[in-house]
Write a protein that binds this ligand. Sequence first.
Ligand code: GTP
Length: 237
Amino acid sequence: MTKPMYKRIMLKLSGESLSGEKGYGIDFDVVNRISSEIKELVDMGIEVGAVVGGGNIWRGRNGGEMDRTTADYMGMLATCINAMALQDSLESMGVVTRVQTAIEMREIAEPFIRRKAMRHLEKGRVVIFASGTGNPYFSTDTAAALRAAEIEADVILLAKKIDGVYDSDPNINKNAKKYDKLTFQEVLEKDLKVMDSTATSLCKDNNIPIIVFALDEVGNIKKALCGEKIGTIVGNF
Ligand code: GTP
């Protein structure tokens, strides 16, 4: 079997990716499939950190009527629910995990402590980072970039519903072109919306490549880590 190219990874799962076809809530068949893919990585000796979004439970600000800060905190709580669902699913498969939350809720999960997270990873535990960055006005993509930098991850795997980055929306434009490779500068200049600009800049400045790929194809995570050309890779080339 091909050897993995990366030792420590950060997997970013959007909240929507956990809801499957339902588009809302948690589809445990989907979560279990993701978990079994994560288990394969752990069995290969890859150290896995994960950040989950919360959009399957809470999205937006009630049409802009809500206070932004309150809405963002509600989103952070939603990520905790998803983190616990992923933890439960992984542990049911025998994968040892720890959830660390950026907002303290001691009864539910341990707080985010970078050095503890590093030790967990070294021991082969999957660390799921909940509550985003713990601050409003920041996305969970930014949380993934921040935690990736903090845990010294080699790469961010950005799981999406579409199979990479396109020059226009492939759902609208049939002739949309998929990029195999992009620089962070191109992403920012072309406003390609891979991640938001805060997250993109953080990855650019800290030289953390991102692989954007579709989650719904089984085996994609492993393929991406073994260097097979799937999705789009963004880096400082
Ligand atoms: P090491 O022993 O250092 O390798 O790590 P460990 O995570 O096994 O040690 P620890 O004794 O800190 O944790 C044991 C269990 O308690 C783990 O499942 C942790 O996730 C959990 N835990 C640790 N701290 C907290 C906390 O503040 N709140 C909650 N709810 N759980 C915690």
